[in-house]
Design a protein around this ligand. Structure first.
Ligand code: ATP
Ligand code: MG
Length: 376
């Protein structure tokens, strides 16, 4: 076990890295963040910030030399970077686990290999690969770049085959996946921790609403059926074991109108839909990440109170600050801001958790507050 006083390394300086840093520091660890941005949300609060590219070997060697263990908050850290660090210190999750989640085609094939359903899809490497798609999926479909997409970026909805060809050109003819668009009943996610011994501790299932491909709200408890929730937790566990994953991770699921549970994607890190755990569970997903990295047992993941989490995107800022007084005067809302200087449309700036007797009543307060805080 790695105990308080030790130094932990974090690859990536975004909000997930920042919340890991806070959790680790609260428990008495020191944190070194490596991120190329000198104003990164995690870098500015860490004990030390190594401001360098993820491929800068002398900086990586410095990080490895100073840290008892290293983790990440960002799936697009080059797998080679993790492999380099693995030769020098403890690294979780592993480079191989990360590599399985960095490319949507590789990821979907991996999920299917575990016997878990994905949406019908066709891998697109070149224009010719569209020739046979109509035999494999129905339109409308969504063309997504295979690598480096997030928050709905690099995705184009295609009404027909002609539109799909045009979308491929618009995305620069990069490797893509063409997914059938599913009629969704709801979206849920499972955030879990898997230990070095392979023990899994799942948080309660989260119910998610996306707007324009970006997460807007998470409610817990979810109103998906008990059986659906149990199936999703089992599937996520299977995926975690299949990856031999160590740390906190998430699996996003679609539930179709027919009630089928379909894995959408894997996040090899804490997840936006797990931010509710910061205020509503006995242990947060970030404390769990620290615990798994340090070889400690998982904390209790039980829900303490129903909760709704609302994301605060840059859109809420307009040209000035949101009306924080309208939020902070409510005793059952917890505000989390990530310390980002510039509020751009679609940029995740923070979130808030509304705690209440039921997720319905939390949602009412959450909606009311969202309308009240928007800058003029
Ligand atoms: P993030 O990293 O924020 O999860 P992303 O860019 O990886 O986003 P996806 O998870 O692929 O994007 O898609 C974002 C959202 O768009 C989904 O949560 C869902 O609401 C919708 N969506 C994506 N693919 C499909 C699909 N095949 N059928 C129906 N809806 C979809
Ligand atoms: Mg997603």
């Amino acid at each position: 076990m790695i105990l308080p006083g030790a130094t932990l390394g974090m690859l990536g300086g975004g909000q997930l890295g920042r919340m890991f840093t806070t959790a680790a520091q609260t428990m008495g660890y020191k944190v070194i963040v490596l991120d190329p941005d000198k104003n990164s949300p995690a870098g500015i609060i860490a004990d030390k910030h190594i401001c360098a590219a993820y491929t800068d070997e002398s900086s990586l060697a410095e990080l490895a030399q100073q840290c008892s263990a290293i983790t990440t908050e960002f799936e697009n850290i080059p797998a080679n970077t993790l492999a380099f660090l693995e030769n020098r210190t403890v690294v979780h999750p592993s480079s191989t686990a990360l590599a399985s989640t960095q490319n949507r085609n590789v990821e979907k094939n991996f999920i299917r290999a575990q016997g878990i359903a994905t949406v019908p899809f066709v891998s697109i490497y070149k224009r010719d690969d569209f020739a046979d798609v109509s035999n494999q999926i129905h339109f409308p479909a969504i063309l997504k770049v295979a690598t480096f997409g997030y928050d709905g970026k690099g995705q184009i909805v295609c009404e027909d085959l002609q539109a799909a060809y045009e979308a491929f050109d618009a995305l620069g003819q990069k490797e893509c996946v063409l997914e059938q668009r599913i009629d969704l009943e709801r979206e849920i996610s499972v955030v879990l921790a898997r230990s070095q011994e392979g023990h899994i501790t799942a948080f309660p299932v989260a119910e998610n609403v996306h707007i324009n491909g970006i997460l807007h709200s998470t409610s817990v408890p979810s109103i998906a059926t008990e059986a659906q929730q149990q199936t999703a937790v089992e599937m996520a566990g299977k995926i975690a074991h299949g990856l031999n994953y160590v740390g906190t991770m998430a699996v996003e699921f679609f539930i179709s109108k027919q009630g089928e549970i379909i894995a959408n994607e894997i996040a090899p890190r804490p997840h936006n839909s797990g931010h509710y755990t910061l205020d509503a569970c006995q242990t947060s997903q970030f404390e769990q990440q620290v615990r798994m990295l340090c070889g400690l047992p998982a904390g209790n993941a039980e829900l303490v109170t129903p909760v709704v989490m609302i994301n605060l995107l840059g859109d809420v800022w307009g040209n000035s600050q949101p009306h924080w007084d309208k939020l902070l005067t409510k005793p059952n809302i917890k505000l989390h801001l990530y310390g980002k200087k510039e509020a751009r449309a679609g940029r995740k700036m923070g979130h808030y958790n509304v705690l209440a007797d039921s997720s319905d009543s939390a949602m009412l307060t959450a909606i009311e507050t969202f309308a009240a805080i928007k800058a003029d």
